[in-house]
Design a protein around this ligand. Structure first.
Ligand code: RFL
Ligand code: PHB
Length: 389
């Protein structure tokens, strides 16, 4: 079998790339290790930047997102029993949209299926071959059968634990990593959101985030020790702890109910350089991870997809290799800015086990500066709504 681009991973990066290439008449095959139901069962990102919205529109998959997504013109930050607002619209002229990654992925699967797109699920033993030549190929197993696809390019969209990054020889790649000494315990509940905007809270008991998916579906997170397991936390214990971490006025308004999902995610900052090796290109979590505090993971995956998609379009339609030659360098500039913002915002809002009283004063002083200084708010808002591609 032969195609132009083999895309490893059927998460949001891989599907968005496949759909954008399809619109440009470029063929692809997507190889996904899990089932579609499994991919759609993962509760992840909730906040989309303008760049991702525009890409969804360009890919022709924005109808439901534009109808059902919620535009957010600002966010709330709470600390020391006070709350202040960062007004994205006023400070940047821009906004973000709350529309779950699950819905983005569902819409992309629907579009790929409607277009007769080739997606192989439950593939095993994916191996990437000869990407330093003009004739790469990918081998894998599906349903016990060995398969081989020849292609022009391979897009590694297979997340942090995928095979693509490992296919770059170890001596040719450099990995930069920071782990954080805590995780996020998240729950989804069929209750109305606490506020119409997100609330990020710094408290002496640890970080909390009040987010949402729609008018009757809320998403809440609290910082927890990495040794905790979701089953250690009853719903009652979760709600009690959340209430202790947000200002009293908001805690009094919180509507609680049974959780319909509960999970713990570790926090990590990670970048792999370079993001390309011959005809293999890494996109999204395969190349970089951010802690979720700045809502940058999916959005940074989207900017990689935009750079790679433009590069491939330039290659196929204009016979110009400048885009593919410069992909890694271009993508990494924006990746590192998202890494910086996510690291900064995480450092500002969490409690660190080794934090001294001086460190705590520095955190509160930085929050106070952000609350009262318009330049600081503008810098935060520009990063949150998304830096230009
Ligand atoms: P994904 O979503 O991990 O998809 C990769 C896909 O590849 C498949 N795969 C393989 N397929 C074939 N062969 C192999 N060998 C394979 N190995 C893996 C996997 O099964 C999977 O389907 O990566 P992608 O597409 O790059 O997308 C990245 C995003 O999922 C991620 O960055 C975000 O979810 C991060 N994130 C957030 N990002 C935001 O922009 N805004 C947010 O509000 C936000 N909140 C979050 C988040 C991530 C979270 N967790 C759980 C880590 C909140 C949380 C709690
Ligand atoms: C979410 O709703 O899942 C969410 C929102 C904002 C973040 C992280 C996660 O920063």
């Amino acid at each position: 079998m032969k195609t132009q681009v083999v895309i490893i991973g059927g998460g949001p990066s891989g599907l968005l790339l496949a759909q954008l290439l399809h619109v440009q008449g470029i063929s692809s095959v997507v190889l996904e290790r899990k089932t579609k139901e499994y991919v759609l069962g993962r509760i992840r990102a909730g906040v989309l930047e303008r760049g991702l919205l525009d890409l969804m529109r360009e890919a022709g998959v924005s109808k439901r997102m534009d109808a059902e997504g919620f535009v957010h013109n600002g966010t709330l930050i709470a600390y020391d029993n006070k709350t202040f607002r960062i007004d994205f619209a006023q400070l940047t002229g821009n906004s973000v949209m709350v529309y779950g990654q699950t819905e983005v992925t569902r819409d992309l699967y629907a579009a790929r299926e409607a277009a007769g797109g080739n997606i192989e699920f439950e593939v095993e033993d994916v191996e990437i071959h000869d990407v330093k030549s003009d004739a790469p190929f990918v081998t894998f197993q599906v349903g016990g059968e060995n398969r081989r696809i020849e292609c022009d390019f391979v897009a590694g969209c297979d997340g942090f634990h995928g095979v693509s990054r490992q296919s770059i020889p170890q001596e040719k790649r450099q990995e930069f990593e920071k782990t954080y000494p805590f995780g996020w315990l998240g729950i989804l509940s069929e209750t109305p959101p606490l506020d119409h905007e997100l609330i990020y809270a710094n408290s002496p008991r640890g970080f909390a985030l009040c987010s949402m998916r729609n008018a009757n579906l809320s998403r809440y997170y609290i910082q927890c020790p990495l040794s905790d397991k979701p089953e250690d936390w009853s719903d009652d214990a979760f709600w009690l702890e959340l209430k202790r971490r947000i200002p009293a006025e908001q805690a009094a308004k919180l509507v609680t109910g049974p959780s319909i999902e509960k999970s713990i995610a570790p926090l990590r900052s990670f970048v792999c350089e370079p993001m390309q090796w011959g005809r293999l290109f890494l996109c999204g979590d395969a190349a970089h991870i951010v802690p979720p505090t700045g809502a940058k993971g999916l959005n940074t995956a989207a900017s990689d997809v935009q750079y790679l998609y433009s590069a491939l379009r330039q290659y196929y339609h204009e016979n110009d290799t400048a885009g593919i030659d410069g992909y890694s360098e271009k993508a990494l500039v924006r990746v590192w800015k998202a890494e910086r913002f996510s690291w900064w915002f995480s450092s500002l809002l969490h409690s660190f086990p080794e934090q001294s009283e001086f460190d705590q004063k520095m955190q509160l002083s930085e929050l106070e500066f952000l609350r009262t200084n318009e330049s600081a708010q503008k810098a935060m808002a520009e990063n949150y709504v998304g830096l230009p591609y």
